[in-house]
Design a protein around this ligand. Structure first.
Ligand code: 5GP
Ligand code: ZN
Length: 113
């Protein structure tokens, strides 16, 4: 947990944020700068720097499971969606608290930039 980590603060409820979904260990909320009609971030409440330092594989399973449930609940299971975990500098990670991006609602090209 970190006082100055923005996602820790969101996870603790210090910053008023509507949760799309939540569980004991996770919260999901809409990205402030959405890159698709659905753009949700799924994070652990407790601080983890990135996927590279995530040691708890059951937590990683919960994160993926919540992303899939949100996609289904929002109606994107059939049309498809993308889950992205930017990791570290070359991976384009800008917030150093592990998060999954769930993107849906438009055709997403490949490869990413
Ligand atoms: P990254 O670049 O680390 O993979 O993704 C960080 C994401 O967090 C970006 O898409 C950015 O728009 C989003 N973001 C950064 N600060 C905030 C915030 O305070 N609230 C919300 N809802 N999203 C944020
Ligand atoms: Zn944090």
């Amino acid at each position: 947990m970190s006082d100055d980590c923005i996602f820790c603060r969101i996870g603790r409820g210090d910053i008023s944020t509507a949760f799309v979904a939540e569980s004991e260990r996770l919260v999901a909320f809409r990205d402030v700068d959405p890159q698709a009609p659905l753009h949700v971030l799924v994070i652990p409440r407790d601080h983890v720097d990135s996927l590279a330092s995530a040691g708890d594989e059951s937590l990683l399973g919960e994160l993926l499971g919540m992303a899939a449930r949100i996609a289904r609940d929002e109606g994107y299971a059939d049309g498809g969606y993308r889950v992205v975990v930017n990791t570290g500098s070359d991976g384009g990670q800008s917030v150093p608290h592990l998060h999954l991006h769930l993107l849906a609602g438009r055709h997403l090209s490949w490869p990413p930039g």
